[in-house]
Design a protein around this ligand. Structure first.
Ligand SMILES: [Mg+2]
Length: 510
């Protein structure tokens, strides 16, 4: 059993054709995305997309879900991070669910080493750890999924924006050699939490737009965001109708394409302020509201990243998610270098409660893993994360000489192994089995009452004791590191690959 399993293309196609994944499957899904021109500064673009997302979320989440007029009265025009009680009252950008789930997705893709998105493992990754400000549909998904749910059947039937807000990173592994698996990855990642056609189609339209934004240099013409979005909706929608909530637009019952053509185009002609346009269709977490608002802002202000993000933060109701999506879009188009530097500097980079600079560390790792590199600004912040981890601020204490322990190995794929180290832990016969990947990263552990039972479990699960003589053919840096190096504690977050039980058989089970 390998820990990474991507359902093949034809399997997803069958699920879509039989209606179990809601979308109209057609030629569109077989298209190869146009390669990104070689002159594009990919690191700047990808970092712009992901930092734009995190910045939009952080600027918005302190004044989330209130009427724009009420927000203005209470906070004025928000242009910077507000003093935050989770950071001792400092003005610092902290994450909510949008940033957390997008970066957990990125982390999953890095763990897969660029080969494939595994929707079940992605679910495990998303489900692991506290989520700040979790939405209703995602919460319902979480309850089903963590009780042993399958990725295909755990999603909530909801047209909320919870899948759209975290979908951006799925394109990153595909930048080097694009093919139609990009659309399948997007669809699986979307369907995982939200079993809904509008959600699936919106996620594909956004990923398509982000891809083209990354490939484009400079500004874009009027209609650039909206027209292509409509094409995607026309190609992938089955015509199923959605009703307006909150009575806006009044008595609306139709497709997203109809809403965009009838209402957004007209509002653009009238050049309505964003909050007035939002009054026409509302600007909440329902996709029939989020999508027109995002597109309206991008059409009006998409060539000015700062203004676009500020419009989203100040002029909409579900402002953290709308600003996260707008931020990802303008960041992808203009690059991180075009985002206001005080916003990047003021971003904590946290994904949890204490892990400052972590998003920069993940961006650096993504650039290494997928071969486009990283910018000096991201590397500088990533090194702060590493320093803090090395100084012992990390939440765990991996023994520095871990690799001197009893080493086991399992071949999980071509030129890819998982390593396990059995170490006594604390008093008595207790042992801890540490799992280490090819790059010295500890990714999981499981405790056993005695060494004998840990060894039995390792054998049952396909590990064997490492012997230099017989395993000399393995292509891995680990043997060279035994006894000389130390494992990296830099990136510690228990990822529950094996300890989740999903890929691990306990001896008692047999
Ligand atoms: Mg949020």
């Amino acid at each position: 059993m390998t820990p990474w399993m991507r359902p093949p293309y034809f399997e997803i196609r069958e699920l879509a054709l039989s209606g179990r994944i809601r979308i109209r499957w057609g030629d569109w899904m077989g298209r190869t995305p146009a390669p990104v021109p070689s002159g594009v500064a990919l690191a700047d673009k990808v970092e712009g997309m992901m930092l734009g997302l995190a910045i939009g979320d952080a600027l918005g989440n302190t004044t989330e879900s209130i009427n724009p007029a009420v927000r203005r009265e209470r906070f004025g025009w928000v242009e910077d991070y507000l003093p935050n009680r989770h950071a001792g009252g400092r003005r610092v950008g902290l994450p909510s669910d949008d940033t957390q789930l997008a970066f957990r997705t990125l982390e999953h893709l890095i763990e897969g080493k660029g080969h494939y998105l595994d929707p079940q493992a992605l679910g495990n990754r998303l489900a692991h750890g506290r989520i700040f400000g979790i939405g209703q549909a995602t919460r319902q998904w979480l309850a089903r999924f963590t009780q042993g749910g399958h990725w295909m059947t755990s999603g909530t039937p909801s047209a909320g924006n919870g899948a759209l807000m975290r979908i951006a990173p799925v394109l990153i592994p595909h930048l080097a050699s694009p093919n139609c698996d990009l659309w399948v990855d997007t669809l699986m990642a979307a369907h995982l939490t939200h079993d809904d056609e509008l959600s699936n189609v919106s996620c594909l339209a956004l990923v398509d737009a982000l891809w083209r934004a990354i490939a484009t240099e400079g500004t874009v013409a009027q209609g650039w965001w909206l027209e292509r979005w409509l094409e995607v909706c026309d190609a992938l929608g089955t015509g199923v109708c959605y009703q307006a909530r909150n009575g806006r637009p009044k008595d609306f019952d139709g497709t997203i394409s109809q809403l965009l053509r009838e209402h957004v185009s007209r509002a653009l002609e009238r050049r309505l302020p964003v909050d007035d346009a939002g009054e026409l269709w509302h600007s909440g977490a329902y996709l029939l509201e989020t999508v027109p608002t995002v597109l309206y802002i991008l059409e009006r202000f998409g060539n000015d990243p700062r203004e676009a993000i500020l419009q989203a933060v100040n002029q909409t109701r579900d402002n953290d998610t709308i600003a996260a999506i707008v931020g990802a879009a303008v960041g992808a188009l203009h690059g991180a270098s075009a985002l206001p530097s005080p916003w990047i500097e003021g971003l904590s980079g946290r994904l949890g409660a204490k892990d400052d600079h972590r998003v920069f560390h993940l961006l650096e790792r993504a650039g290494q893993t997928f071969g486009y590199g990283s910018t000096p600004a991201v590397r500088a912040r990533a090194s702060l994360y590493r320093k803090a981890a090395e100084a012992g601020a990390g939440p765990t204490d991996i023994p520095p000489d871990l690799l001197r322990g009893e080493l086991w190995v399992k071949v999980v794929g071509f030129l890819q192994q998982n390593w396990a180290v059995v170490r006594s832990s604390g008093a008595g016969e207790q042992v801890r089995v540490w799992f280490v990947d090819d790059r010295f990263d500890v990714f999981d552990f499981i405790d056993y009452g005695a060494a004998a039972s840990s060894r039995k479990a390792l054998r049952i699960n396909g590990f064997e004791p490492y012997r230099a003589k017989t395993h000399g053919w393995l292509n891995s840096p680990i043997p060279a590191g035994v006894g000389v190096g130390r494992t990296r504690q830099l990136d510690w977050a228990p990822r529950r690959i094996y300890s989740s039980g999903q890929y691990w058989v306990q001896p008692d089970d047999l």
